[in-house]
Design a protein around this ligand. Structure first.
Ligand SMILES: [Zn+2]
Length: 318
């Protein structure tokens, strides 16, 4: 191997390690004491709560509160206080549905369970929380999850879908396989015409797909197409991360996922290696989606691993 090629490889490896260390450090050192919970009324009795981590949806009404996701553990008290502040009900959070197992969506589970809420999620959410284990895009983005405490585990799980009949609404959680993870649900509030898409739909650019935990870009595309086909045109969309959205935003995101998948699929058909795809900058036209968390190279890895079936261990449903 020529000396300068070696040097390039070493410096690329060092850059990758540095990027990974920054990501891990920012997750561990986040100062939650300064986080404020912002509450937005989405429609009727549905609210969106933003703090740190994934967006929360709340159905707040005469029967009590149903939460979709619960961010990080240190925020649980602030979230409870923000819900009380809405001034609609003093009744507690009766149910929490987790859209998937990641800690920025399930971190408040233990505190809410201890306060009397019932935790609900897809079968694989419970399995992955219980076992812990590696997560990542199958390439340069790698994390390791510790097993969750027993009190953080959903005690009601479902394989396909579940409905909670509260506050005059049929709150419907539906599983879509192999999307952001292997345990994602999208939550529909039909009376209020609102949907919470979990991390199958995010606004921070190229999505992080937990290929190591059975996710795939194709599964996300499938979930987005099926969901947009069944929702009214003026549905309000709560993304897993980012600002309140509409179906046009979802369609634009889906289009990007499909176009970038096609480019990587073509490169695979042309027998290009992963490194050749990165060097040829095959996704240069989508550079505006490159972010701090998932940059273009990490997203090429994600597509490569999704399309070649390097999906990590896939948990079977029962
Ligand atoms: Zn996630």
């Amino acid at each position: 191997m020529p000396n300068n090629t070696m040097r390039v490889i070493v410096s690329l490896a060092l850059a990758a390690i540095a990027a990974l260390m920054i990501r891990m450090a920012s997750a561990q050192q986040q100062d939650f004491s300064k986080v404020e919970i912002k509450v937005t009324k989405v429609s009727g009795n549905i609210y969106m709560l933003e703090g740190a981590g994934g967006n929360i949806a709340a159905s707040v009404g005469e029967d009590g509160i149903v939460l979709i996701d619960d961010q990080f553990a240190p925020l649980a008290e602030k979230i409870q206080a923000a819900l009380k502040n809405i001034g609609v009900t003093d009744k507690p959070v009766r149910f929490v549905i987790n859209t998937h197992y990641h800690g920025d969506h399930t971190g408040g589970n233990e505190a809410l369970n201890n306060a009397g809420s019932t935790l609900i999620a897809h079968d694989n959410v419970r399995k992955r929380l219980e076992s812990g284990g590696p997560a990542g895009n199958g390439g340069s983005i790698k994390m390791d999850n510790k097993p969750a405490a027993k009190a953080a585990l959903p005690i009601i799980t479902f394989q396909h879908d579940v409905t909670i009949h509260l506050n005059g609404e049929d709150i419907h959680a539906m599983h879509f396989p192999s999307g952001h993870t292997d345990g994602d649900s999208i939550i529909f509030f039909p009376k209020n015409n609102v949907v919470h898409m979990g991390d199958d739909f995010v606004r921070y650019g190229f999505p992080f797909v937990d290929v190591t935990a059975g996710g795939s870009v194709q599964g996300i595309i499938d979930a987005m197409e099926k969901t947009t086909a069944q929702l009214p045109a003026d549905a309000k969309v709560i993304p897993g991360h980012g600002a309140l959205s509409n179906l046009d935003d979802v369609r634009a995101y889906t289009k990007m996922l499909k176009e970038t998948s096609a480019v990587v699929q073509k490169a695979l058909d042309d027998h290009k290696t992963l490194d050749q795809m990165k060097q040829a900058k095959i996704l240069a036209s989508w550079e505006k989606f490159s972010g701090q968390f998932v940059n273009t190279d990490a997203y090429i890895e994600t597509l490569y691993n999704s399309l070649t079936g390097h999906k990590g261990e896939f948990l079977k449903h029962n």
